[in-house]
Design a protein around this ligand. Structure first.
Ligand SMILES: [Zn+2]
Length: 273
C-alpha cells in the first residue's frame, strides 16, 4: 500500500504539472469510489475549476481547486497517471479526471479500494488525522506525549493514522528496526532515550524513502506517475526480508504477525516483545 513517501512522490510530481490547469469534468465508473459524491455531481462540480496546488496529508493526496478540495486515497494498490489526448481507455481506471487540452488524470485501481472525495471543507476527510511525521511540529516531545501512558503495542500505535499520519506497514517496521525497538513493546514503556531514538528513526526512514521515491515491492506494486518503480526497496533493512541477514548484526530477520499485519524484526537488535 502506498504510504507517506509514495504519496509524497505523487504530490511532488503532480505539483510540477497540474497547478494552473483546469478540470473539464470526471468519469466515475464505480460510484463507491467517491463515497461523498454522486457521479453526476462529481463531474459537474469539477467542471471549470482550476488546480491551484497539489500536496499531501498523511496518505492522502490533496488538490486545492478554485472552489473545492479534491482528495484522493490510493488505498491498497491505486495508481495515478496522466494520459494525453487519444490514449486508449483503461478498463481499470474507474475514476478519470478530464483536463483542459484533452488530457486525463487517471486513477487506476483494479481492486477498487481507492477513494476520491470532492469537498468544500478538507476537514470532512482529513479532520481526524494525527501529526505529520516530517513536519516541524513532530518533535520528540510530541511523540513522547503520544506514547505516554499508552498500553498499546508500538506497531498498531504507529499505524494509527489519528496519532501519526502517513506511516504504514513498511515504514513502521523499518523505523522500529532502526530504533532497535520491538513492535510488541507497550508504547507507554518507552524511556525518554527510546522515544528520542524512535522519533529520529521515523524521520530518517521517511526522509530516505522520499528521496528514493518510495518502495516498489512487487510487480503489481507501487509505480510513480510515469510508471517507474521507486528505489527504496533495495535498501530496506527488514521489511519483506524474512530469513535474510540483519544489515546491522547478521541475525536472520524474522516475520511475525502483529495485529493481523505482517511484521519484520531482527531478534537480536529488537529484543523483547
Ligand atoms: Zn540485527
Amino acid at each position: 500500500m502506498p504510504e507517506l513517501p509514495e504519496v509524497e512522490t505523487y504530490a511532488r510530481d503532480l505539483a510540477e504539472v497540474l497547478p494552473g490547469r483546469r478540470l473539464h469534468g470526471a468519469r466515475l465508473a464505480w460510484p463507491r469510489q467517491a463515497p461523498l459524491n454522486t457521479p453526476d455531481e462529481l463531474g459537474a462540480r469539477l467542471r471549470g475549476q482550476a488546480v491551484l496546488t497539489v500536496s499531501r496529508r498523511g496518505k492522502y493526496l490533496v488538490l486545492v481547486l478554485s472552489h473545492d478540495w479534491l482528495i484522493i486515497h490510493l488505498k491498497m494498490s491505486g495508481r495515478l497517471y496522466l494520459a494525453g489526448p487519444g490514449i486508449e481507455a483503461d478498463p481499470h481506471a474507474h475514476v478519470v479526471f478530464r483536463l483542459d487540452g484533452g488530457g486525463e488524470l487517471r486513477f487506476r485501481d483494479p481492486r477498487k479500494f481507492g477513494r476520491v472525495y470532492l469537498v468544500d471543507d478538507p476537514r470532512t476527510v482529513l479532520g481526524e488525522l494525527g501529526v505529520e511525521p516530517l513536519a516541524p511540529t513532530f518533535t520528540a516531545a510530541r511523540l513522547s506525549a503520544i506514547v505516554a501512558g499508552r498500553r498499546r503495542r508500538l506497531k498498531p500505535l504507529l499505524l494509527d493514522q489519528t496519532l501519526v499520519a502517513g506511516l504504514g506497514n513498511i515504514y513502521v517496521d523499518e523505523s522500529l528496526w532502526l530504533a532497535r525497538l520491538h513492535p510488541l513493546r507497550l508504547a507507554g514503556s518507552l524511556d525518554p532515550f527510546e522515544v528520542r531514538r524512535l522519533h529520529r528513526s521515523i524521520r530518517r526512514v521517511l526522509r530516505a524513502a522520499v528521496r528514493a521515491r518510495g518502495s516498489s515491492l512487487s510487480a503489481g506494486g507501487y509505480r510513480d506517475l510515469t510508471g517507474n518503480p521507486g528505489e527504496m526497496q533495495g535498501t530496506l533493512a527488514v521489511y519483506g526480508r524474512a530469513g535474510d541477514a540483519c544489515p546491522r548484526c547478521g541475525s536472520a530477520v524474522r516475520r511475525l504477525i502483529v495485529g493481523g499485519r505482517s511484521t519484520h524484526v531482527c531478534p537480536t537488535c529488537q529484543p523483547g516483545g
